[in-house]
Design a protein around this ligand. Structure first.
Ligand code: SF4
Length: 69
């Protein structure tokens, strides 16, 4: 599974890295530091990725079966 974070949608609520600190981190302004990125989620963090996506009130986090082309 891949996780993608939409830079334009992220409003810096901070819920994602709050529920998934092993997967996501915050920057100095309170936004998720990995916004605008897409990467393969390690198998042991798949639950964290789902939790982060569920927690984001902006729908900024997408989980994808395949890497985007
Ligand atoms: S919860 Fe959503 S809006 Fe908030 S920092 Fe994370 S990705 Fe951005």
């Amino acid at each position: 599974m891949y996780i993608s974070i939409d830079d334009a949608k992220c409003m810096g609520h901070g819920r994602c890295y709050g529920v998934a600190p092993a997967l996501l981190t915050d920057d100095e302004e309170g936004f998720v530091a990995e916004r605008g990125q897409c990467w393969k989620v390690p198998d042991d963090l798949l639950g964290d990725a789902q939790d982060a996506a569920d927690a984001c009130p902006e729908g900024a986090i997408a989980l994808l079966d395949q890497a985007p082309v």
